[in-house]
Ligand binder design. Structure first.
Ligand SMILES: [Zn+2]
Length: 195
């Protein structure tokens, strides 16, 4: 029988290990972290980027207001981080440049599930849905969906908001491999710090 691990959750919403416990974590990301936005969406997290909005020079004010009590603000800007903390906005400062290291930083603060999911559009953050059999002829009209994939019976997902079509091709395997590698690295680092 598998051991059941019961986490002590404190009043501030954190696990015993200090990570934030929140199944419905949502994020707003500054415009310096575009790739991180894409990867969080790939992991199924509701994530907006400053780049999704046309903003004037009051961008920081907007980000703080948009985050409010609902979203975690992710930024590379130390000054914005201080402002967020003073305003009671949950904030995560990213220090690394490489995307996998940035995701690793997120995992060190939050309970991020590193399993990719076909649930959210990486372009616009809307939820995507599976394409129905009677809609396949519509995909044939889109020249970015190869005909042979449709004939092979591959599953497709579509974003009704922006029209982007998704399928689990070689890029999907690549995403899996990179996330598995990150997971292994995090696990071995944890082992090293505990031993
Ligand atoms: Zn979309």
């Amino acid at each position: 029988m598998k051991d059941i691990i019961v986490f002590q959750i404190y009043e501030d919403g954190k696990y015993e290990d200090g990570k934030t416990q929140d199944q419905e974590m949502m994020f707003i990301v500054d415009r310096m972290l575009g790739r991180l936005t894409t990867w969080l969406r790939l992991l199924g997290y509701d994530t907006f980027s400053a780049s999704d909005f046309i903003l004037d020079d009051k961008e920081d004010d907007f980000l703080l207001k948009f985050a409010g009590q609902k979203r975690i603000l992710i930024t590379r800007d130390k000054t914005l981080r201080i402002r967020a903390e003073r305003s009671g906005v949950r904030v995560c400062l990213i220090n690394f440049d490489h995307i996998m290291e940035q995701l690793g930083e997120m995992v060190s603060h939050y309970d991020i599930d590193l399993e990719p999911k076909m649930t959210r559009c990486t372009l616009c953050n809307a939820l995507i849905r599976k394409v129905r059999a009677n809609e396949l002829c519509m995909l044939k009209r889109e020249d970015y969906v190869p005909d042979e994939l449709i004939e092979e019976g591959v599953d497709f997902w579509i974003c009704d908001s922006c029209g982007k079509v998704y399928w689990k091709g070689s890029h999907w395997e690549n995403i899996h491999k990179r996330l598995e590698k990150l997971h292994e690295k995090i696990s071995s680092d944890l082992y090293l710090t505990q031993s």
